[in-house]
Design a protein around this ligand. Structure first.
Ligand SMILES: [Zn+2]
Length: 456
């Protein structure tokens, strides 16, 4: 469909015209099993007189109102994008639409539990799928605050990035009005709703706040959940990262949700991480799988800083998100949990995966050219995750672990709630280590293929 594949050039042009301040999003999840109601109010500044577009993958657009003027829906919306012309310096856009549930794990996934017939919903927005749920300028460098209001069956749990408020109940229906998030990229916002079971706990962050913790599963899986163990690994990860990154956990609570039919291992929604359900063990599993789950828990937790607090400008730096999370989760697993041999597993699994992929015709440099969204989808691979993670381990050896953490801490403080490129991290590491990193980056990040050693 024309327009679904946003290009980097389009994103750069849009960023040069608009700056987004806030979204207010109202979702009505009581409208049957195909569509839900989606109302979005966006406040944004723009170059006066300029034109642009907002992304909205919809079943039906009911109304589009820009600065108080109703636009001709058929003229401006094609079901993928909504064209916006003659922008003012300060703009308010309201879009009222019906959007579709999916069963592909993109946008708002709807699952009916065959055990008891209960309905479970969860969102998955990376890479470009928040536009399947609300109208959004969908690119990582247009960060804004997001305020969700959700109408759903009153007996459900509703989870988002912010702490779940008490619903206002009207008969069988409840309305949850969440507080606005800190500024975020849209791909890490989230809505999870359904009759999930929840186990709660809390911890104290390094700046003294009480951080509520929650673990959610669908009811038919609850008997298998080992919540105490997952809380223990979560606490160990929090303590490790807050200390090493010298930066307190950046959000107000931390929920971990095991969701059905999930496509990947997990997703780092800010404060509301989703995991594949196979991580709820229904029978005895091997130590390798137990260790892998711990690494995944700590991988997603690392993303709260690297990815969510500081985010890549464009998807060409996706590798930096994923490589950093791979590296950080492995070192924290080895140093903060009972899985002290995690680097051995990394060598056996991740690094061999990288070597294999790096010798195929399809290999690419760790820093890949990403001209559009379709390029991103093929880059969740052994180069982005495993070679990138291996190369970061080499970088840590080159600059020294203390200088590395000091550089990362400086990077978080300088760029928090903002967007960066690779160079922004290298500058901090060069400053703390005193080592020149441009030639290292050229050799290891910007060149594809394995290196060859010859004896002389
Ligand atoms: Zn990741």
């Amino acid at each position: 469909m024309p327009g679904e594949n946003l290009t980097r050039v389009e994103a750069q042009e849009r960023k040069s015209v608009v700056d987004v301040q806030s979204y207010e999003i109202a979702l009505d999840l009581t409208r049957g099993d195909e569509v839900f109601g989606s109302s979005t109010t966006v406040r944004f500044t723009a170059t006066p007189g300029a034109s642009t577009f907002i992304d909205a993958l919809t079943r039906t657009v009911h109304s589009v109102t820009l600065n108080g003027t109703a636009l001709d829906v058929d003229a401006v919306s094609d079901g993928v994008r909504i064209q916006l012309a003659e922008l003012a310096a300060d703009n308010v856009l309201e879009v009222v639409a019906d959007a579709e549930y999916t069963n592909t794990g993109e946008g708002l996934h709807r699952f009916v539990d065959p055990v008891d017939g209960e309905v479970y919903l969860y969102s998955q927005f990376e890479v470009p799928d928040s536009r399947r749920v609300f109208a959004v300028f969908e690119q990582p460098d247009l960060k804004a605050t997001f305020q969700f209001t959700v109408t759903a069956p009153a007996r459900w749990q509703v989870v988002s990035n912010q702490t779940t408020p008490d619903p206002v109940v009207d008969g069988e229906t409840g309305t949850w009005t969440f507080s606005p998030t800190p500024v975020l990229s849209s791909y890490v916002t989230a809505i999870i709703a359904g009759p999930y079971d929840v186990v709660r706990s809390d911890l104290t962050s390094s700046d003294g706040r009480t951080i509520p913790l929650g673990i959610f599963t669908r009811r038919s899986l609850t008997e298998y959940l080992d919540a105490d163990y997952i809380f223990e690994k979560t606490r160990q990860g929090f303590a490790y990262y807050e200390d090493k990154f010298d930066y307190a956990y950046p959000f107000e609570k931390y929920d971990q949700l095991f969701v059905p039919e999930f496509n990947a291992g997990a997703m780092e929604n800010a404060g509301a991480v989703t995991f594949v359900e196979t991580y709820v063990f229904r029978s005895k599993v091997t130590d390798a799988i137990k260790e892998r789950r711990v690494v995944t828990i700590l991988h997603e937790l690392a993303h709260m800083w690297f990815g969510d607090l500081v985010t890549m400008k464009w998807w060409n730096d996706l590798w930096l998100n994923e490589s950093f999370a791979e590296w950080a989760s492995t070192i924290s697993t080895a140093e903060a949990t009972e899985w002290t041999e995690a680097w051995t597993t990394f060598q056996a699994m991740e690094k061999s995966w990288a070597y294999r992929q790096d010798q195929l015709p399809s290999t690419h440099p760790v820093v890949a050219t990403i001209t559009d969204l379709e390029d991103v989808q093929v880059n969740f691979d052994g180069i982005t995750y495993a070679k990138g993670g291996s190369v970061l381990k080499q970088l840590v050896a080159w600059v020294g672990i203390d200088a590395f953490y000091a550089g990362v801490a400086a990077y978080f403080k300088k760029h928090h709630h903002s967007n960066t490129e690779l160079g922004d991290l290298l500058v901090e590491l060069e400053a703390t280590s005193g080592r020149e990193l441009t030639s290292w980056s050229k050799l290891w990040l910007e060149t594809a293929g394995v290196n060859t050693l010859r004896p002389e």
